[in-house]
Design a protein around this ligand. Sequence first.
Ligand code: CP
Length: 305
Amino acid sequence: MLRHIIKPDDFTVQELDHIFDIASDIEKNPAKYAHACQGKKLATCFYEPSTRTRLSTEAAMLNLGGSVLGFSDADSSSAAKGETVADTAQVISCFADIMAIRHPKEGAAMVASLNATIPVINCGDGGHQHPTQTLTDLLTIRALKGRLNNFVIGLCGDLKYGRTVHSLIAALSRYEGIRFVFISPEELRVPDYITDMLDAKRIPYQMEERIEGSISTLDILYMTRIQRERFFNEEDYVRLKDFYILDAEKMKQARDDMYVLHPLPRVNEIAVEVDRDPRAAYFRQVQYGVYVRMALILTLLDIQV
Ligand code: CP
C-alpha cells in the first residue's frame, strides 16, 4: 500500500514507536543499514529555503546507500513557468522512488500525495505542518527523557504560524499525561483549532507571556523563532522579533533535568552562551533528525533490514 507522511498522525502511536526503535538501532548500528536503499532514488522538491530538512533528508538517503536528485529553489524548477504541484508530483514519480516536498502553501504536500505514485514526505507546508521535524523532536525527547508521556512542555515564540509547534502539539496530544505551557505574545498565540482540539481531549494547557513565569515547572522548553517570512508587515515583525531571548540568567531558574529544544534555525531567541549548558539539546536534536528520517524512508519504502 502506498503511504505518505503529510502530518504526524498519518502514523499510529505504535507505528511511530516502531520508527523510533528503528532510528535507535540505526544510531547504534549504522553499518547494518548502509546498503538498505541501494538502487533507490529520493527526489527533494524544495520551493522554500531550508538547511536542515533538505540536507538531513538527503543525508538520510545517502546513509542508506541510495541516491538523491531534486531542486532547492522554485525559481530553478518549472514552477517558475507555472507548473502546478499536482503535475510536478506526477513527473517526479517517473524519476524517483520517494519524494520530499517543502512548499510555502498549506496543503501543497497533500496535493502532491494525491497525484504522486510514490511515497510523499511533507517537509513543511506553509504555517500548517512539519511532520519530519516532529518525528525528530519526539525521538530527541524519548532519547533524553526515556519516555514520551507524563511531562510538562513549554512551547515558546511564534505559536501562531509555527508549523513545527502545530505538528508537535498534535503528536504529543496522543500520549498520556502531557501538559502544555504556551509562551507567546498575544498576537502569536496558538490557533483556536489547536486549543479546541486540546479542550475536546481534556488535555491541560496554560497561556503565558513570559518565559520567567513558568520555566521552573518545565521538563522540556521548545523554543521557536519569530518567523519574518510569515508576517504580513515588517513593522509587526520588528516589534516582536526580540520578544524572547533565553539566556544563562533565565536558565538558572530551570530544573537540572529540563532540556531546551529548538527546530532551528535560531535567530536571537537563544543566546549563544546557552549552547554551553548541558541542557541545551538543539544540536543533538539535528543528529536525531537524520536517524529518524532514515527510519522513515525505510518504512515508507517498506524495506526491512
Ligand atoms: N527545522 C527546519 O525546518 O529547518 P530548515 O528550515 O533549515 O529545514
